[in-house]
Design a protein around this ligand. Sequence first.
Ligand SMILES: Nc1nc2c(ncn2[C@@H]2O[C@H](COP(=O)(O)OP(=O)(O)OP(=O)(O)O)[C@@H](O)[C@H]2O)c(=O)[nH]1
Ligand SMILES: [Mg+2]
Length: 197
Amino acid sequence: MARTHRNRGLCSGVKQRFKQLYEYFFTKKIRVAFIGLSDSGKSSFVSPLFENRFLQDMNSPEVRIQEKKMDNIKVLIYDIPGDSSSVSKWDHYYKKSDVIIFFLNSTADEETRTKSKNELHSLLYRNMWMRKNLLILGSKNDLPSSMSCKDIILALDLMAIVDREVACYSISSKNLTNIDLVREWMVEQAALVGDMK
Ligand SMILES: Nc1nc2c(ncn2[C@@H]2O[C@H](COP(=O)(O)OP(=O)(O)OP(=O)(O)O)[C@@H](O)[C@H]2O)c(=O)[nH]1
Ligand SMILES: [Mg+2]
């Protein structure tokens, strides 16, 4: 009897070890920073991305670190608030992340668009020795005054960023528009990150 118990314990120990080894070799991991000014839709984007549904009021005044799964990829999200006291944390999480998703409220007024552009370019300039691939998301494209991707490229002067891969999509978390494109981008990036490690 005692031996059966010990054997079972041994079996689950071996199974656990195999699971750890499998995860070590076959599960990809990617760390993603959600960066952008306040109200750009960062926190609201997590549920659409991982659960395919929009939840109201998902915001948090603190940096939120969430571990999620996408296919066989472990995704660590750093969701950093965009208020002026949190902008100083952007560099810290930029350095910790493999890729950056930068959000722009695509209904923002000109002053906010200019501030977004300046903050984005300053962040990249301060961290120029650490190039991270960049995805720009113009959020809230369900609203009538939202900008197209072409306008977002111009507003953020994305053509000036020539030292890394930059993609830009127009999305709506509310209507789940173009979320699949973002998932595809993340899966591609996870493969690239895995190859580099
Ligand atoms: N219409 C519409 N509203 C959205 C969408 N995504 C987010 N919102 C709303 O925009 C507001 C701000 O969204 P958040 O996700 O809290 O923005 P945030 O970038 O996390 O803001 P901070 O954490 O303060 O930097 C909330 O009221 C959301 O419900 C969208 O796709 N469409
Ligand atoms: Mg937030």
